[in-house]
Design a protein around this ligand. Structure first.
Ligand code: 4AD
Ligand code: MG
Length: 433
C-alpha cells in the first residue's frame, strides 16, 4: 500500500490515510528498534517513524544506508501529532531511494563559516533557516503584488539596459553596439514616470544594479526594488501609501508565515508593532537630534547608517525623515517651495537599526528647474531629452518611491545581513555560485 502522493504541508488533512511523500533526508536517528527520518519536500518537514517489527527487513536495511540529502520516497500512515512541527507524523511502511547522496555532503550539522556557506550557497539554500527566509521573501513579494492589484495600480516592466543614469551610486556599464555605453539600471523610476503619465498609477518590480564598493550588511550589487509612481500624488500622499504598504506586508507575514518566523526565532512582537501612523521628522530636526546624541553629522550631509540607527532607536515603528538638502539627494527631486535649499522627499527608516528601506520623493515637474539640475549634476543632457519631455507635454504633480526588497526581508525576519535574503547574492567579492 503506497497510497496517494501528497505534499508534506497537506498531511494533517490526510490523517488516517496511507500516502507517499517525496523529498530529501534532513536528519536520521535510530533508537534501538525504532528509526526516525526527518524529510523535507519544500512545503514542510515531517518525521517518518520506522518500527523494525512492522517493516520488511529490506526497508529496515535501506534505512541504514540513508545519508544527509538522499532523495527518497516514503509511504506510510498519516497520524496527527500535535507536538510535530507540521502537526502530523508518518508511520512508515515503504522506503525507496530516488537519488543517493554521498557521505561528503559539504554542509554538516555543525558550525560553518559564512564564506564556506556562501561558496556552497546552492546547497546551503536547503537549510531550514534558508528555506524559511525564501518563503518569507515570497510572501512579501506576493503581498506587494496583491496590495497594488487591489488598488488598481498597473505593474509595468522597465528596461535593465539604459543610457540614462538614475542615481548617484556606482554604475555597471557595457559597450552597446554603435550606441555607446549602456548602464545596468540603478532604478526603473525614470521610465516609471513616463508610464505614470500614460497609466496613472504604476509600479515596477525588478532587479536593479549598483556597482557600490561598499561591503556592508545592507548593500548588494544586485537587488530587487519595487518602485511605485503615482500621478497627482504629492509627497504626503506618497508617504501615506508607503505606510499602508508596510503595515500590510507585516500583517501578511504575521498571518501566513508564522511557522517560518518560529524557525527564524523572530519575535512577532516586532512585526505587530508595525502600525501607523509612522512619525514624520524633518531632516533639520533629525540633524539636531543626532547632534544631541553625539553625532558629528552637520546640516547638508546625507545620513549614514550609524545616524539612521541613532534616529530609529527611539521608535518601534518605521519613521520618515523628510526634506533633505538638495545636494544630498538625486537630481529629479522637487525643490521645496518653502525652503529651496531642500527637496520634497522622504526616506523611510526601519526600526531595530535596519535603517533606510525606502527612498522616495515628489518629482521636479518644472522643466527648466529640472534641466538646471541635470546640468548641475554634470549629467549628459542628451540622454534625458525624453525625460524632460514629460515636463514639456502635460507636466503633472507626481511622486514615487523605491522599496528595497532584501532590506525589507532582512528587517521583517530579523536577519542581520541581507546576503541571506536573496537566493544567490551578488556582492563586491561574490559572483559565484
Ligand atoms: O534610495 P534609493 O537609491 O532610491 C531610488 O533608487 C529611487 N529611484 C527610488 C524611487 O523613488 N523610485 O533606493 C531605494 C531603496 C533603498 O531605500 C534601499 O532599500 C534599496 O533601494 N537599496 C539597496 N538595497 C540593497 N543593496 C543596495 N546596494 C541598495 N541600494 C538601495
Ligand atoms: Mg536612498
Amino acid at each position: 500500500m503506497t497510497g496517494q502522493m501528497e505534499y508534506i504541508a497537506a498531511l494533517p488533512g490526510a490523517a488516517g490515510t496511507t500516502v507517499t511523500v517525496r523529498g530529501w533526508v534532513q536528519h536520521v536517528r535510530t533508537q534501538g528498534k525504532v528509526a526516525f527520518l526527518v524529510l523535507r519536500d519544500g512545503t514542510g518537514v515531517v518525521q517518518c517513524v520506522f518500527v523494525k517489527s512492522q517493516v520488511t527487513p529490506d526497508v529496515w536495511e535501506r534505512f541504514g544506508t540513508l545519508t544527509l540529502e538522499t532523495a527518497v520516497s516514503v509511504s506510510g500512515d498519516v497520524r496527527l501529532e500535535p507536538r510535530a512541527p507540521g502537526g502530523a507524523e508518518l508511520g512508515a511502511s515503504e522506503l525507496t531511494v530516488l537519488g543517493a547522496s554521498p557521505v561528503d555532503y559539504p554542509i554538516q550539522p555543525k558550525e560553518h563559516g559564512v564564506d564556506f556557506l556562501m561558496d556552497n550557497r546552492h546547497l546551503w539554500l536547503r537549510a531550514p533557516r534558508q528555506v524559511a527566509l525564501m518563503r518569507v521573501r515570497h510572501e512579501i513579494e506576493q503581498a506587494i503584488h496583491d496590495f497594488f492589484y487591489a488598488r488598481d495600480f498597473i505593474h509595468c516592466d522597465t528596461p535593465i539596459l539604459t543610457a540614462a543614469i538614475g542615481e548617484r551610486s556606482g554604475l555597471f556599464s557595457t559597450e552597446y553596439f554603435d550606441e555607446g555605453t549602456a548602464y545596468l539600471a540603478q532604478t526603473g523610476q525614470l521610465y516609471g514616470e513616463a508610464l505614470a503619465a500614460a497609466l496613472g498609477r504604476i509600479y515596477t518590480f525588478g532587479p536593479t544594479f549598483r556597482a557600490e564598493k561598499s561591503k556592508t550588511r545592507r548593500h548588494l550589487t544586485e537587488f530587487w526594488m519595487i518602485e511605485p509612481e503615482m500621478a497627482f500624488y504629492d509627497v504626503h500622499d506618497s508617504m501615506q501609501l508607503q505606510e499602508d504598504l508596510l503595515v500590510y506586508i507585516a500583517q501578511r507575514v504575521i498571518e501566513r508565515r508564522r511557522p517560518e518566523l518560529v524557525v527564524l526565532e523572530r519575535d512577532v512582537k516586532h512585526l505587530e508593532a508595525i502600525v501607523g501612523p509612522f512619525p514624520r521628522i524633518s531632516y533639520t530636526d533629525a540633524v539636531a537630534t543626532l547632534q544631541q546624541k553625539g553625532s558629528t553629522t552637520t546640516w547638508g550631509e546625507d545620513l549614514g547608517a550609524e545616524d539612521e540607527a541613532l534616529l530609529v532607536a527611539d521608535y518601534t515603528t518605521p519613521i520618515f525623515i523628510c526634506n533633505y538638502p538638495k545636494e544630498a539627494k538625486a537630481f529629479y527631486m522637487k525643490e521645496n517651495p518653502e525652503d529651496p535649499r531642500t527637496v520634497l522627499c522622504a526616506d523611510c527608516l526601519a526600526p531595530e537599526g535596519y535603517g533606510e528601506i525606502i527612498g522616495g520623493s515628489q518629482r521636479e515637474d518644472d522643466h527648466d528647474k529640472l534641466l538646471r539640475r541635470i546640468h548641475e549634476e554634470g549629467l549628459e543632457v542628451d540622454a534625458y531629452g525624453w525625460y524632460l519631455d514629460l515636463r514639456k507635454y502635460g507636466t503633472f504633480v507626481h511622486s514615487g518611491f523605491g522599496l528595497g526588497l532584501e532590506r525589507t526581508v532582512a528587517w521583517l525576519c530579523g536577519t542581520p545581513h541581507i546576503r541571506e535574503c536573496i537566493p544567490f547574492p551578488r556582492l563586491m567579492n561574490r559572483l559565484r555560485p
